[in-house]
Design a binder for this molecule. Sequence first.
Ligand code: NIG
Ligand code: FE
Length: 414
Amino acid sequence: MGSVAVLHSAQLMTLAGPARPRSGAEMRELGIISGGGMLVRDGVIEQVGSSEEIERNLPNDADVLEARGRVVLPGFVDAHAHPVFGGDRVEEFEMRARGATYEEIAAQGGGIRSTVRKTRAASEEELLALAQKRAEWFLRCGTTTMEAKSGYGLSLEEELKMLRVIRRLNETTPIEFVATFLGAHALPEEYEDRPNEYADCLVEEMLPEVVRQELAEYCDIFCEHGYFDAVSTRRVLSAARAAGLQLRMHADQLTNSGGAALAAELGAVTADHLEQTEEEGIAAMKAAGVQPVLLPASVYSLGKTRYPMARDMIDAGLAAVLATDFNPGSSPTPSLPMVMSLACTQMKMTPAECLTSITVNAAYSLGRGGRIGSLEVGKRADFVVCDCEDYRELAYWFGLPLIHSVYIRGRREL
Ligand code: NIG
Ligand code: FE
């Protein structure tokens, strides 16, 4: 595959540091090398340092990437996304613009259920083609690794179809996809008023098959009033863990139902959303080492005003993650730079904390912190070149695509 030398960046954002998620004040330490460079061989980072150091032992066959005047960062890692679905929800977007709420639309048969109908109606090939187009959007926003959840199928066959699409995205796009089984996203229409029977189906039929076919690494659930209560959450996630999956959890998004504390009790790797979480939930996550995954674009897109207490979480020593929550209903954006901007303005996170949250901390939350998330010797050469001189500009010039080029495994993909 040969080698690539990156020279004369304005800033090389290494994110070098301890081999674990960064918490509290560590989130503001970015390992910046002004004018830095990097040597990549066969898709792996071989050397990181000043451009002079890199130039000194430049291999003859190296392709030189002259980054002068630009910032080089680790590829972005999106740890919470729902990129596989049929159709869109642009009608609901207009209904909300006219004053309806997400909850009202869901109660009228819209919301997740409307996407379930469109996803079931689409063939596997159609879903794949739609998701491939969306993968291209993510790449254009600098994302090189992302999570992908099922959860718009809600039956054995339809969930397997979604998970096969995620597997094929991995094989057919340059982005690395990490699959999460979210059969417990909503109660399907055919199980109306029979939530316990759907939980039986999840635990007895769906989970064992997902695990047998090795289609997911994580299991997630929408723990929320009107979706899955604490009793079913305990049941489904305990079964998932026993079957060998790791746990993530949609917690405390619309109401505070003690979701963060439940994620801690169940040993989840992450608790996601947390808009309504308060001090006790934060303390429980801290004690159990749960990483909070904050999704400000869904708050923004739903036109709500209550953002998660990011400042309290970071100051309490949690290793926070930021993600898009890309989905057709509550967060139709693939852009982690947009999420950084919202996190700075609405949650008072610093640009440095934001960058740690979408790189190294996100990588650890997906079990890949040893391989990606920072620009360090031995890690995969996933990196982004941005048309700015200071990394903070990425969050500052919001709505402007600053991504100049994207490399995955040392290969230029954008
Ligand atoms: O994370 N909260 C549950 N799931 C998604 C919304 C999915 C949808 O509306 O289609 C979320 O916001
Ligand atoms: Fe979500």
